[in-house]
Design a protein around this ligand. Structure first.
Ligand SMILES: Nc1ncnc2c1ncn2[C@@H]1O[C@H](COP(=O)(O)OP(=O)(O)OP(=O)(O)O)[C@@H](O)[C@H]1O
Ligand SMILES: [Mg+2]
Length: 505
């Protein structure tokens, strides 16, 4: 059934006159012949002169009674501006324009069935196809291994559903065994929380015991929970360089201390009497101050006292190893960093990422990498680690992780703070609503498809509505993301879940 007719425009933008009685929405998917179109703007159109229109409006509003317009349906209408996005018959970008004065219809599930027909061995479910605000029963999957190693960006204004989306992605990954994921969770919102008196979170997944590891400073008595305690013997000088600024002299002294005392270098440094060493006294004092502060350690009478919640001299020797092993076993590791300082969070994450990077580089060298799961790092508030001058292991993963089966999922309200080069490297962008123009421009400027007309559309996205722009999708697909709590409710009581049939594209 037609909802309009092509009246002008061209290759880049098709103008459609809306049929009276129909309502075309911004973001809606339409079909003109074989060409899939997406509406990006709506205008009024009229055959009447401007002064006539203003006169009629004036009569109406000034109480001269309702005016009736002769053949109104014909004379006044809405114009929808749409962008041709896909050739439904041949696939790929359309290379021709729709027929002039050709009729335009709404897309049907039948038209978009091809999206869910491809099959992937390692699927990553994103959501359902959405046309404007109408949700179609067409699930959207991408090849999970490729999408994860080519990095994912999830940008949006606060409250539009970034964390919800991340929980949905992780929940579905827990059904699979191809990816290990480390989640830095500064709001402690992934593992477990209550809503309307019920418990939600990844801990509610039927496979949570085998697939989840939760690290927190106060772990609950659960099989999949452990204490976030890190032994200072695991810390190397270069880990600290990622979070603190050191002078050249300080860097050199740390390297020397590490060479001399290996694992015990921090303990030795902190308990050293600056006046009685052969090292430079001022450098030692400065290092003692910086490092004890960063690690929340105190030195009294030549003894180190643990003040903070995380770093220890006696416990936590295997924590980093345990996390790395869990990731290599394709588990989801949620690190609750809500009660620790940001620098400590970034230090620990960097230690884990660096260990993973080194192991995966050597797997690659030895030709063993094909048997390993992908490992992805979820960075909430990603500019904390991806912006700025400091070279971090995460920047390195964003640049070259793909070769080693490593990837990043960057979540942020401020994508514009992430260097352009890294943004361009994030080959799947799941774009949720964003009111800030500068942010939209940064996202659009680095997207895999031409989204130059999508700016208004992105501004108008509601909670859970997104556009997926990816080198792995034929066009920028509008999707609706599931509500996480519904997924959890759906899984409850089902008991053992059967393997699901997985569509692919
Ligand atoms: N797809 C969705 N369907 C229904 N409700 C949703 C959806 N996505 C998010 N919500 C709801 O919207 C609220 C905000 O979502 P969420 O916490 O995921 O936003 P956010 O983008 O992570 O925000 P912040 O920037 O503050 O971290 C939550 O109450 C969540 O349940
Ligand atoms: Mg959030």
């Amino acid at each position: 059934m037609s909802v309009g007719v092509v009246v002008s425009g061209g290759f880049d933008e098709v103008v459609i006159r809306q049929k009276s009685g129909e309502r075309i929405e911004i973001g809606e998917l339409l079909k003109a012949g074989d060409i899939l179109l997406q509406v990006f703007d709506l205008d009024y159109g009229s055959l009447m002169s401007g002064t006539d229109i203003e006169r009629i409006g004036g009569m109406q509003v000034e109480g001269y009674g309702a005016t009736s317009i002769y053949e109104e349906k014909l004379r006044n209408y809405v114009l929808a501006r749409a962008k041709p996005i896909y050739d439904l018959r041949r696939g790929g970008l359309p290379k021709y324009v729709p027929r002039f004065l050709g009729e335009v219809e709404r897309v049907t599930e039948e038209d978009l069935k091809f999206i869910s027909e491809a099959r992937f061995r390692k699927p990553l479910y994103l959501g359902k196809v959405r046309s404007g605000s109408r949700v179609l029963d067409i699930p959207v999957y991408v090849d999970g291994e490729r999408a994860l190693t080519h990095h994912i960006l999830i940008p949006a204004t606060t409250g539009r559903g970034k964390s919800n989306l991340m929980k949905v992605l992780l929940w579905n990954l827990m059904d699979q065994d191809y990816a290990g994921v480390l989640v830095l969770d500064p709001h402690n919102e992934y593992y477990s929380y209550t809503r309307d008196g019920k418990t939600y979170g990844l801990s509610q997944h039927p496979r949570a015991d085998e697939k989840l590891l939760y690290l927190t400073t106060r772990p609950p008595a659960k099989k999949n929970a452990a204490s976030l305690t890190i032994n200072v013997r695991n810390i190397r000088p270069w880990h600290l360089s990622e979070i603190l600024d050191f002078s050249d002299a300080q860097e050199q002294t740390m390297a020397l201390l590490y060479r001399n005392y290996r694992d015990g270098w921090i303990e030795r440094l902190l308990t050293m009497d600056p006046e009685a060493t052969s090292y430079d006294q001022r450098t030692i004092v400065a290092l003692q101050r910086k490092i004890s502060y960063a690690l929340d350690l105190e030195v009294k009478d030549g003894k180190v006292i643990e003040r903070g919640k995380v770093f220890s001299l006696s416990r936590g020797l295997s924590t980093i190893d345990d996390v790395v092993r869990a990731l290599e076993d394709a588990r989801i590791v949620v690190m609750d960093t809500s009660s620790i300082p940001e620098r400590v969070e970034i230090l620990i994450a960097g230690m884990i990422a660096e260990r993973v990077f080194r192991r995966y580089s050597s797997y690659k060298e030895m030709g063993e990498i094909d048997d390993k799961p992908v490992i992805s790092f979820v960075l909430e508030e990603a500019p904390r680690v991806l912006a700025g001058e400091r070279a971090t292991v995460f920047g390195r993963i964003a640049r070259e992780g793909r070769k080693f089966k490593l990837g990043i999922i960057a979540i942020t309200q401020l994508a514009s703070l992430i260097p352009r080069e890294l943004l361009a490297n994030m080959n799947t962008k799941i774009i949720l609503g964003n009111e800030m123009k500068a942010e939209r421009e940064a996202i659009i400027g680095s997207a895999s498809q031409d989204l130059s007309r999508h700016s208004t559309m992105i501004a108008s996205l509601n909670k859970g509505e997104a556009i997926v722009s990816s080198i792995f999708t034929g066009f920028a697909v509008p999707i609706m993301i599931d509500e996480f709590e519904k997924l959890v409710d759906g899984a409850r009581g089902k008991g053992e879940r059967k393997g699901t049939l997985v569509p692919l594209w």
